[in-house]
Design a protein. Sequence first.
Length: 72
Amino acid sequence: MHRNWLESIYEWAGRERNVMISKEGFPFAAPAYIPDLMEKFEKEELARFTPCRFGSKEEVAEALAIVHTELM
């Protein structure tokens, strides 16, 4: 079995991106910045919301929305 099951679909799954990409003309972070951005993301959003300690559905939804938005 693959270390990352998505590798069976995408060869690059689980690896940091090393090319520029954009969507509808909006460029995503340049590959050179990704390691620092991921470190910041882990220290801030993931540290704040992982593990999920919220009880209500609204609190969980808000935490998921923040993490998802920051990851994009």
